[in-house]
Design a protein around this ligand. Structure first.
Ligand code: WTA
Length: 632
């Protein structure tokens, strides 16, 4: 079943084959999975509508590939290791057979509560095994899961529930986060005041609390699963049936529901997992992401389990009880592949080397990063102190919309250079385009990163609004999937991701649209208008800088700032809090009324001396005032 590439030469030849004959290439890989009925055609596509389908006519259930297929050979192998928030609490382990039984049991509970194929189920959960189990249980019966990161507010959750018209919410009483406990059920209750589609709420008891339980609507996980069979036949799904919806931010409007499907997502997450991390049968693999984001979907749950791997799931945070927690867990469970985010590395780096130097980290073989560009200093620290100069670092570039890793090294088989993600995976026809949409053929250039041919886990649509999908990803450059990122290609063909070229801000690897944050700010009674930009932040990568126009300049700025922050927390969640808020008398606009973000960005970056020409502005004086009041 191994899909692994074993050398750089093999990568090069596979890459060539995959670009020349993509159907033949993916056909061979897809054949290694378990299909209930073979597909008739590998791929059908056009990027105009867009209409992309993979493994047409194929019938399967992804969970048969995640679970059933492994039972014979790996029934007693560990599928999941769960490490709790508090190192003093016991960890949990599930073999493939145990996980299979848990998933089936909960799948039967879902059915028993009236969930059917095609229904949407929202998950708002702590990082406990039940979150992974609930995802797989939905997939087992053909229900569509939509995980909402447990840091989002009630308003943000309600938006997502309503957009998906979800029939059920699965949540917990609360969650552990370092030394804090955060209520979840209470947030769900608040969200549901504005959602009519939800009929049932299943609550997992994580903290032993006694939250409000609404008669007829809410029931405990333990009661829902009581007496349920540990076998549940897998629903037959079409390759192109929806597996999940995951909401993500773009440059305009509200977050959109990115849609992934059973067949293509299965093939690509497993293929990319095995190759990027070079997983070997007895390895323990750990990705520190939260399942609320795509990284957790693809590389905690689906990719590793499809590959028969042992995947570790961590409930806690990197700095609790101290900044050595990650490394302690690596030693405790003999972790072989470790995958985290640059923001976590920078935060730990700032806590001092002693926390990492006291652990052996002998078991580590491959290190990975994801979510944002990694700066040289963080890369070197990771390489030296965590990898002890013996582990390759795979800097994996990809997106919620791509479903899986697109550009990255393959374990130790690829050339590696700090701050470079590297080469595209086989099957990924990456190109750089210039301003006018022409492909740039040569190397040592920068351009807009686009993909020319579909890959199996490409976004299929944005839920309920296909036109939005077309406009966002397929209309900027005709015939290409546009990533929204700018990139540089070095002389040797390696890619370095520069960052977003649109109005998306990446805070600690989490995406926010400027429009989304501005809407939240403007919902405050004090604010008339606002503009939000990103600025370089030492730990978070980017921080949020908000320029806010009020009816009158606030007399107590700190109070007003508190109010504005409160509105953002209420509309989106704490994770989107602006770091800096400057009250301004007006915003720099062109004569046609467009906000000149370029200028605001420069000011936020502390480069007010590089504003360029401001003479075309409606009111150039505004800029001078903003520069004077800029927050350092
Ligand atoms: C950024 C996360 C540089 C990029 C999997 C992309 C990266 C956005 C990298 C997607 C990387 C992700 N180097 N930038 N290795 N990985 N990005 O949807 O701007 O949360 O477009 O997916 O994160 O974020 P998303």
């Amino acid at each position: 079943m191994s899909l692994k590439i074993n050398s750089f030469e093999e990568y090069q030849s596979k890459y060539k084959q995959s670009i020349e004959k993509p159907d033949a290439f993916w056909d061979k890989i897809a054949k290694s999975f378990q299909w209930q009925k073979d597909y008739d055609k590998v791929c059908e596509w056009n990027f105009e509508e867009p209409n992309v389908k993979w493994f047409l006519g194929g019938k399967l259930n992804i969970t048969e590939n995640v679970l059933d297929r492994h039972l014979e050979k790996r029934g007693n192998k560990l599928a999941l290791i769960w490490e709790p928030n508090d190192p003093k609490d016991p960890f949990k382990r599930y073999t493939y057979r145990e996980l299979y039984e848990k998933v089936c049991e909960f799948a039967n509970a879902l059915k028993n509560q009236g969930i059917q194929k095609g229904d949407r189920v929202v998950l708002y959960m702590p990082m406990v095994p039940e979150l992974a189990i609930a995802c797989l249980a939905c997939a087992r019966i053909g229900a569509i899961h939509s995980v909402v990161f447990a840091g989002f507010s009630a308003v943000a959750m309600a938006d997502r529930i309503n957009d998906a018209q979800a029939k059920m919410v699965i949540t917990a009483d609360g969650l552990n986060r370092g030394s804090k406990q955060v209520p979840l059920k209470r947030v769900v209750d608040e969200a549901l005041e504005n959602c009519n589609s939800v009929e049932k709420v299943i609550v997992y008891n994580c903290l032993g609390w006694e939250p409000n339980m609404q008669e007829g609507r809410d029931l405990w996980w333990r009661d829902a699963t009581d007496g349920m069979s540990k076998n549940c036949p897998a629903e037959q799904m079409d390759s192109e049936d929806i597996l999940f919806i995951l909401y993500t931010s773009g440059s305009t409007g509200k977050p959109k529901g990115v849609v992934h499907t059973h067949g293509g997502y299965m093939v690509y997450t497993a293929y990319s997992f095995q190759n990027v991390f070079q997983y070997e049968e007895s390895d323990v693999y750990w990705c520190t992401a939260d399942i609320g984001w795509i990284t957790g979907h693809s590389y905690i749950v689906y990719g590793p389990l499809l590959s028969g791997a042992t995947t570790l799931m961590f409930e806690g945070v990197p700095t609790y009880p101290d900044a050595g927690r990650f490394w302690q867990v690596c030693d405790k469970h003999s972790v072989n592949q470790f995958y985290t985010a640059p923001t976590a590395i920078r935060a730990l780096m700032a806590c001092g080397d002693e926390h990492v130097l006291s652990y052996s980290l002998d078991s580590l073989k491959v290190l990975g990063t994801v979510g944002e560009p990694i700066n040289e200093e963080a890369w070197k620290w990771y390489y030296l102190h965590v990898g002890k100069e013996k582990c390759p670092i795979v800097d994996t570039w990809w997106q919620t919309e791509t479903g899986g890793i697109m550009i990255s090294g393959l374990g130790s088989h690829s050339p590696m250079k700090e701050t470079y993600a590297g080469y595209p995976l086989p099957g990924i026809n990456a190109v750089l385009l210039d301003q006018d949409g022409n492909e740039i053929e040569e190397n040592e250039v920068e351009g807009y990163l686009c993909i020319k041919h579909p890959w199996p886990s490409i976004i299929r649509t944005t839920y309920g609004d296909h036109e939005r999908c077309r406009l966002t990803y397929f209309s900027t450059y005709k015939g290409y999937y546009f990533t929204g990122d700018g990139a540089k290609r070095a002389a040797n063909g390696m890619y370095r991701i520069i960052g977003r070229v649109d109005d998306v801000i990446n805070v600690s690897g989490h995406r926010f649209g400027t429009a989304e944050i501005e809407d939240a700010i403007n919902s405050n009674r004090l604010a008339v208008e606002s503009a939000v930009v990103g600025y370089p932040h030492e730990v978070k990568g980017q921080g949020i800088y908000a320029y806010v126009v009020c009816e009158e300049m606030p007399s107590d700025e700190d109070f007003a700032r508190g109010e504005i922050v409160e509105s953002v927390v209420k509309q989106i969640g704490k994770i989107a809090k602006p770091e800096k808020i400057q009250f301004v008398s007006g915003l720099p606009k062109t004569r046609s009324g467009k906000i000149m973000r370029r200028i605001l960005r420069k000011i936020a970056e502390g480069e007010a001396d590089k504003l360029g020409d401001t003479s075309t502005l409606l009111d150039p004086d505004v800029v001078e005032d903003i520069v004077k009041g800029a927050i350092k």
